[in-house]
Write a protein that binds this ligand. Structure first.
Ligand SMILES: Cc1cc2nc3c(=O)[nH]c(=O)nc-3n(C[C@H](O)[C@H](O)[C@H](O)COP(=O)(O)OP(=O)(O)OC[C@H]3O[C@@H](n4cnc5c(N)ncnc54)[C@H](O)[C@@H]3O)c2cc1C
Length: 467
């Protein structure tokens, strides 16, 4: 373990200038932690003002313990407290499992609430620390200058900014990605889409229908219906006052994964016919819904530019499937780990700092991503009458008990030393051994006809999931 001091706010100015592009969860977390670790940080955000976009967002305890450390627990629990149980049903409505959640979990509380509300708490916290957030600043070009040890970004007005490090936290449609990896990585359809909605329980009749009032009368609720190649989640929050649903189903449409593409309620109801009537009763009360096509990227070869001064974090580096319930949490872990790494590297060793950061994050993020794939496959393959705790939402200790800040302090020296002594290599992935039914990896073919996939044993069938 490292000899570094435990995490502390009392850290001197490192003289490292950091520009963060994007004020989402990754960008805000990185900026706040950079400030705490003594770097000089500024955020450039393309939108002129925050809008109430999105719906339910979950932060796992691996991320919430960081936010609690910043002093935000009371505020966040006040707007995004979590249910104590997850009720899992088969698609006909029989109970498969009740997953008990006792808090604190590994010493922290998960937050589940409206994305915009949770995001605003973090955004206001960053402002309260004096972090400059320049709204209406859209990055249009990146560069780095190895000789002078600088990187830069140009915005839409032509104005340029330079710094020791540019952190591109510009989301799933990242512009910086091409600069960092050297080619255009177009997302592919994942084969799935989600219908999602968020609405007021009382106003839309959830509380007065005997088929749906269970979501409101018992406080916060989480119910999942699994099997038949889809899963439906109905969640109430704010003590049962607001409802959201998610229906994840097969869909190969090749359109872009926009958060605001409208869907049709009748299409959702069509998918739910022949299922537990409670699902259709919930959906029929929603005033509108979003049709979100899930896109995936192959794992990027690297998240760090050639000279180590432009770094991709959050969705820009590694978009997540919602079933992992980890997209925003891993984005926060990225930002925190990067701030610590830069602090330990120092201004003269920024490249070593960013490369060490990448080594710390690459495998962990991939393992968290794969958990989402295995959960989705397990849920979609469930049969009527199935039961047991294997259907619970996984909360493994390696994921949830993790403290990104403490881990970065503990792991930095060893990894940095290896890079110095053995040279930097592009990150590579090991197998995900902890996923249920995981057998191994396959790769075959040649040239452009390559096939890569993961092998799983699922109900006595060997399935191949193409990656
Ligand atoms: C509008 C919206 C709604 C969402 N709703 C949900 C939800 O309801 N539930 C859920 O689980 N997840 C939601 N997500 C996704 C979730 O927030 C992210 O997956 C996760 O938090 C990772 O965050 P991120 O900071 O990496 O990316 P994002 O949250 O996507 O943030 C990226 C930020 O970068 C800014 N940006 C992009 N390009 C540029 C540029 N060129 N210059 C400057 N700034 C730029 C964007 O405006 C945005 O603020 C939503 C994302 C968005 C953008």
């Amino acid at each position: 373990m490292a000899e570094h001091p435990p995490p502390s706010d009392d850290i001197r100015d490192t003289g490292i200038d950091v520009i963060v592009v994007g004020a989402g969860f990754a960008g805000i977390a990185c900026a706040v932690e950079c400030k705490r670790k003594g770097h000089r940080v500024m955020i450039l955000e393309k939108v002129h003002e925050l809008k109430q976009l999105g719906d339910m967002l979950s932060l796992g305890v691996n991320a919430s313990r960081i936010l609690a450390r910043w002093g935000l627990h009371e505020k966040l629990w006040g707007v995004a407290d979590s249910a104590g149980e997850i009720h899992i049903h088969d698609y006909l409505g029989d109970l498969v499992q009740v997953q008990k959640m006792s808090y604190p979990l590994f010493g922290a509380f998960p937050y589940n609430g409206h994305r915009a509300v949770i995001h605003e708490v973090l955004f206001e916290h960053a402002k309260s620390l004096g972090i400059e957030i320049r709204m209406g600043h859209q990055a249009v070009e990146y560069w780095e200058d190895e000789a002078n040890g600088k990187a830069g970004v140009k915005i839409q007005t032509g104005e340029t900014f330079d710094a020791d490090v540019i952190v591109a936290a510009d989301g799933v449609k990242s512009l910086a990605r091409k600069f960092v990896i050297g080619y255009c990585d177009n997302p592919k359809p994942s084969g799935y889409a989600i219908y999602r909605a968020w609405f007021d329980a009382e106003e839309h009749g959830i509380t007065t229908d005997p088929l749906t009032d269970f979501l409101s009368v018992h406080g916060n609720q989480v119910h999942a219906w699994i099997g038949g190649d889809m899963h439906f989640l109905a969640i109430s929050s704010q003590g049962g006052k607001t409802i959201c649903f998610f229906l994840t189903h097969k869909d190969n449409a090749a359109v872009d994964g926009d958060w605001s593409s409208p869907g049709k309620i009748e299409d959702v109801l069509d998918l739910l016919k022949d299922r537990d009537p409670r699902c259709a009763a919930i959906v029929s009360k929603a005033p509108s819904c979003i049709d979100w096509k899930l896109l995936v990227h192959d794992p990027l070869p690297t998240w760090v530019s050639k000279s180590g001064r432009v770094v991709l974090i959050g969705d820009a580096a590694h978009p997540f499937l919602p079933t992992s319930v980890q997209g925003a949490s891993q984005a926060i872990e990225d930002g925190v780990t990067l701030a610590v790494s830069l602090n330990l590297a120092g201004k003269d060793n920024v490249r070593l700092g960013t490369r060490t950061w990448e080594c710390m994050r690459y495998q962990r993020v991939h393992d968290a991503q794969m958990l989402g794939v295995t959960t989705r496959n397990l849920w979609h393959g469930a049969k009527a009458g199935d039961s047991g705790n294997k259907f619970e939402l996984p909360m493994p200790e390696w994921l949830m008990a993790f403290d990104a800040e403490a881990h970065a302090y503990a792991a930095y020296d060893g990894i940095a030393r290896t890079i110095v002594e053995e040279g930097y290599r592009l990150p590579s992935l090991e197998e995900v051994k902890e996923s249920p039914g995981y057998l191994g990896r396959i790769a075959c073919g040649a040239g452009r006809a390559n096939l890569k996939g993961l092998l799983y044993l699922d109900e006595n069938l060997i399935r191949i999931y193409i990656t």
